[in-house]
Ligand binder design. Structure first.
Ligand SMILES: Cc1cc2nc3c(=O)[nH]c(=O)nc-3n(C[C@H](O)[C@H](O)[C@H](O)COP(=O)(O)O)c2cc1C
Length: 217
């Protein structure tokens, strides 16, 4: 393998969803711009580039969002049976105020006009594009030695109101970005016994959904 290949797989392997390891030091502007630049180079259906990035540094705004997320965390916790609840209670689901800053990634389905090439049959292809921008951002942050945590414990209309996001623009993710003490080697949810990663072989099918063994004939 070339050094470039090894480096890429290494970043993919090291990437982690971060909640507890943020140290809160500032992220230099040139680093932030590189990470956002990586997000902005993502592929997008019909070159629609449906994403925008709201960089949230304001402490008061972050506190308000953190309180909203705490409420949504309680709502989810209340839906759980007792043994799942006690596992969930030990899991931290956000690092909104502990991270260096927040990046809210939004999706505009109207970006690119009425005739988005490749989206006529699958409306979600637009959303897929925005999610790819997030993945680029996540990997670039990891390569820069930063941590990133995706927060989805929120109501979209609440976040739209908090940040003045137009009604037809969806906030897809609040990303906590920042300096970290280290990146864990095992996902938090696995470490806390919430859920484990599936083996790759379980996810691979050959020719049809039913075919789990490769047909060697
Ligand atoms: C769409 C999406 C939403 C997520 N929302 C949250 C969240 O609200 N809180 C949280 O702690 N982790 C969240 N995560 C992180 C996942 O829990 C994490 O990716 C998964 O457990 C695997 O861990 P890893 O990313 O460290 O490999 C989210 C991840 C994705 C892709």
């Amino acid at each position: 393998m070339s050094a470039l290949t090894t480096a890429l797989y290494d970043v993919i392997e090291r990437r982690r969803d971060v909640r507890a390891e943020f140290t809160g030091s500032p992220v230099a502007d040139d680093v932030l711009m590189r990470v956002l630049g990586a997000a902005h180079r993502a592929p997008s259906v019909g070159l629609s580039q449906p994403w925008d990035f709201v960089v949230v540094r304001d402490t008061a705004t972050r506190r308000v969002f953190r309180d909203h997320v705490a409420h949504e965390r309680d709502t989810f916790a209340a839906s759980l049976p007792p043994e799942r609840r006690s596992t969930f209670d030990r899991i931290k689901v956000e690092g909104i105020c502990e991270s260096s800053l927040g990046i809210v990634v939004t999706h505009s389905q109207s970006r690119g006009g009425q005739h988005v090439l490749g989206r006529h049959a699958i409306a979600d292809a637009g959303l897929y594009s925005t999610v790819l921008a997030i993945q680029n951002l996540w990997l670039a942050a990891t390569a820069e030695g930063l941590g990133l945590g995706w927060v989805s414990f929120y109501r979209e209309d609440f976040l739209q109101g908090l940040l003045g996001i137009p009604d037809d623009v969806r906030p897809v993710a609040w990303l906590c970005l920042g300096t970290v003490s280290h990146l864990a080697t095992v996902p938090d949810l696995e470490r806390h016994g919430w859920r484990s990663r599936r083996p790759l072989a379980d996810a691979i099918h050959h020719d049809t959904w039913q075919m789990k063994e490769r047909n060697r004939a």
